[in-house]
Design a protein around this ligand. Structure first.
Ligand SMILES: [Zn+2]
Length: 196
């Protein structure tokens, strides 16, 4: 069985075996999107990109998220350490709307803003899956997010106790921008899961 990569920035990941997050220059100029046959993509305005004026990126993301090969919306979300949280919330709301309209899941980047994320979830009551990607939080936060019906995705670095809390079917594995192979990340995850 091929190991699926839930979230990667590696554009030449084997088609169909990964969800490739489109880079900024493509979101800025959707005509540069050259989908590979059979490949799966996600598109969103990353919270770091909201530090500058991101109108053009929003227009691009809205066009691209409708593409048949774009199977997830994101990454989008919050980073309290970079840029304006207020603007990130506005951008997030737009993506959450597209996700509902298009029935596509949302992939979320969240740094030190889980209170904001949980509040938005309670307010918006999404019907599509919302997944926090690159989750590195503790077990208590994992439990809180699972309770609120989030899925979690784990990259090369994670808290092993948190990972053990996530039931089958609620977690994903990803390479993100690590440069590691998905086999290596799955190996680390499996090792941690099986450790007592
Ligand atoms: Zn990423």
């Amino acid at each position: 069985m091929k190991l699926f990569d839930f979230h990667t920035h590696w554009l030449s990941a084997p088609p169909g075996e990964a969800i490739v997050c489109l880079p900024r220059h493509v979101v800025e100029a959707p005509e540069e999107f050259l989908p590979q046959p059979g490949a799966l993509y996600s598109v969103g305005v990353h919270p770091w990109w909201t530090a500058d004026d991101c109108e053009r990126l929003l227009v691009g993301a809205e066009v691209l998220c409708r593409h048949r090969q774009v199977v997830a919306i994101g990454e989008v979300g919050f980073d309290r350490l970079r840029g304006s949280l207020e603007r990130q919330v506005d951008v997030f709301r737009k993506h959450a709307e597209w996700a509902e309209e298009l029935r596509k899941p949302l992939t979320i980047h969240c740094v030190r803003a889980f209170d904001v994320l949980l509040r938005l979830r309670a307010e918006l009551r999404p019907t599509v899956r919302w997944t926090v990607h690159g989750f590195r939080g503790k077990a208590s936060l994992a439990c809180q997010l699972l309770e609120a019906d989030f899925d979690l995705s784990f990259g090369p670095l994670f808290n092993a106790e948190a990972l053990k809390k996530v039931p089958e079917g609620r977690f994903h594995v990803e390479t993100d921008d690590s440069g590691l192979s998905i086999e290596e990340v799955w190996r680390r995850v499996a090792l941690a899961k099986n450790q007592r």
